[in-house]
Design a protein around this ligand. Structure first.
Ligand SMILES: Cc1cc2nc3c(=O)[nH]c(=O)nc-3n(C[C@H](O)[C@H](O)[C@H](O)COP(=O)(O)O)c2cc1C
Ligand SMILES: [Mn+2]
Length: 502
């Protein structure tokens, strides 16, 4: 499946697939769009293109990522795990052993070569260039999302900076509160790479913000890559086509040539103001806090540029699927250092950082604790508040099943780890901001060395009886198939459900 080159091709693809609705009625970006989108997302509805946002010159695209199907369309895959497999293929590369192996190896190497962004001389993003007094963020339908928000916020930006020491590029998604026609705040939180670039800079740091990208590049801005890795590389690798970049007009940075809109400018080291509150993905308003001020020096656009937006709030919202994409794409990288991990799940209702369920092939006493501590030491997963470890055969995506083992296999006096460590910037629960408690729950079967009595056997029907019942099913004369919704959690009842569906 081909992936979209830019936002326009993506919109066309969504339309062909029946995944987009155009709204021609005049709709207010002040709260009204949020309420429409909130209902649409929760109903599993389509992407929405608001063609006449009130008071603005440009249309607004929202809910482009709001379902699993659209997320798969974005990556050109059948299932999100297929994207993870592409990453695994490269991470697990071995010296080739035969001709076919060599050919396959070359294909993989090509995908790595494609990852490198390509500089081009010009791009449509410079069809319109506004500088000085002509710069006006009021042209864009920037949403005020929730009633407690003091101003409109740009919510789906790809913020481009360079590390002043290494020159390495970073692309991050950080919300931007509009202050006036030519100024916003930049909400890069304490653990984030853009903020580190800013802190490492003396004086002013050039910043470019791309709005309206192909979906994979837009996603990549939200991906938690290690600091030294360029998110545009990830985008090129996942797309199988390099991201094309052009030189900025007023900043010494390169920007996506096919972006709908680019905001160029700078941030002074010492210039901060009070940003927020903002109704965030935690489900609460974040407290007002000092964040730096972004001053625009140019606003460039394609003709008829489309402005992209997203609403976050109490889960589930559209960002759920951006998070699930990260969960699937990063599994192979996590497994590269912890091969005992079978799978993991970051529940949407846990706002991703509140809870991590992980299944492991347990091999020695204390293994579950080892994995908890590894997660608390791994990239952005280190901010995870609660880790639940289960055995390999448990389906981490089936929360009823996880709860069963967390209940049945846990002696709280023995199997709960309470630690301390860094917490998400926006977590309001800990007594101090940024640090607080960690909860680990070891829901694996325990070994004698871990202080367990002989562990009982789990109940499973014998294969012969299952086969017999399957064979005789029609003989039993059931009139109606029992509702499959009475979802049990163990393998027996799942295979029974599959049987009943036939
Ligand atoms: C819709 C959306 C909005 C986000 N807003 C912010 C934000 O305002 N501030 C922030 O620090 N991270 C925000 N994030 C998370 C970052 O984009 C994410 O942590 C990313 O890895 C940051 O890039 P970095 O690792 O290069 O710093 C947001 C993510 C999404 C999907
Ligand atoms: Mn980064």
């Amino acid at each position: 499946m081909a992936v979209a080159r830019d936002l326009r091709e993506w919109i066309a693809l969504l339309e062909r697939e029946g995944e987009l609705v155009r709204v021609t009625a005049e709709v207010d970006p002040d709260l009204e769009i949020t309420e429409i989108v909130d209902r649409t997302v929760k109903a599993g509805g389509p992407a929405l293109l608001f063609e006449n946002p009130k008071g603005a010159r440009h249309p607004l695209l929202i809910n482009q990522f709001g379902t699993e199907r659209r997320m798969c369309l974005a990556f050109g895959v059948e299932r999100l795990d297929d994207v993870g497999r592409k990453v695994a293929d490269v991470l697990e590369m071995q010296p080739p052993s035969g001709l076919m192996d060599k050919v396959r190896g070359l294909q993989k190497l090509k995908s790595i070569a494609d990852a490198r962004p390509q500089t081009v001389r010009r791009g449509p993003v410079h069809e319109i260039v506004l500088q000085g007094d002509d710069i006006d963020l009021g042209l864009l339908p920037v949403q005020r999302c929730w009633p407690g928000d003091p101003a409109p916020f740009i919510t789906l930006p790809a913020v481009i900076t360079r590390d002043p020491r290494s020159g390495g590029r970073n692309v991050g998604m950080y919300r931007m509160q509009v202050i006036d026609r030519r100024t916003t705040f930049m909400h890069w939180q304490i653990h984030k790479d853009g903020r580190a670039d800013w802190l490492a800079t003396d004086g002013r740091i050039p910043v470019a913000v791309a709005l309206g990208l192909d979906p994979v590049t837009a996603y990549s801005a939200s991906a938690p890559l290690p600091k030294h890795l360029d998110e545009f590389m990830l985008a090129g690798f996942l797309r199988g086509e390099p991201v094309e970049l052009v030189k900025g007009v007023t900043v010494d940075l390169e920007v996506p040539a096919n972006a709908e809109i680019v905001l160029e400018g700078y941030i002074e080291k010492g210039e901060v103001g009070i940003e927020g509150p903002f109704g965030d993905h935690t489900g609460y308003y974040t407290a007002p806090e000092p964040f730096p001020v972004f001053r625009l020096t140019a606003m460039t656009m394609r003709r008829d540029a489309v402005y992209p937006s997203i609403v976050v709030g109490k889960p589930p919202q559209e960002d759920a699927w951006l998070g699930k994409a990260t969960e699937r794409i990063f599994l192979p990288a996590i497994r590269a250092t912890m091969p005992e991990i079978v799978d993991y799940d970051l529940p949407v209702a846990g706002a991703f950082h509140n809870c991590c369920i992980v299944s492991i092939r347990k091999a020695f006493p204390g293994h579950a604790q080892k994995v908890m501590h590894a997660i608390w030491g791994l990239g952005m997963l280190s901010l995870t508040k609660c880790v639940i470890v289960v055995d390999a055969h448990v389906d981490v995506h089936d929360y009823a099943q996880v709860l069963f083992y967390a209940g049945a296999n846990v002696d709280p006096a023995r199997d709960v780890v309470i630690g301390e460590g860094p917490l998400d910037h926006l977590d309001h629960a800990p007594a101090r901001q940024f640090v607080g408690g960690k909860l680990g729950i070891d829901a694996t079967a325990k070994l004698p060395e871990e202080g367990a009595r002989p562990w009982p056997e789990e109940i499973e029907m014998s294969p012969e009886t299952r086969r017999l019942v399957t064979q005789r099913w029609s003989e039993y004369g059931f009139e109606q198939v029992p509702p499959a919704a009475a979802a049990g959690f163990d393998k027996t009842s799942r295979s029974l459900r599959q049987l009943l569906r036939r």
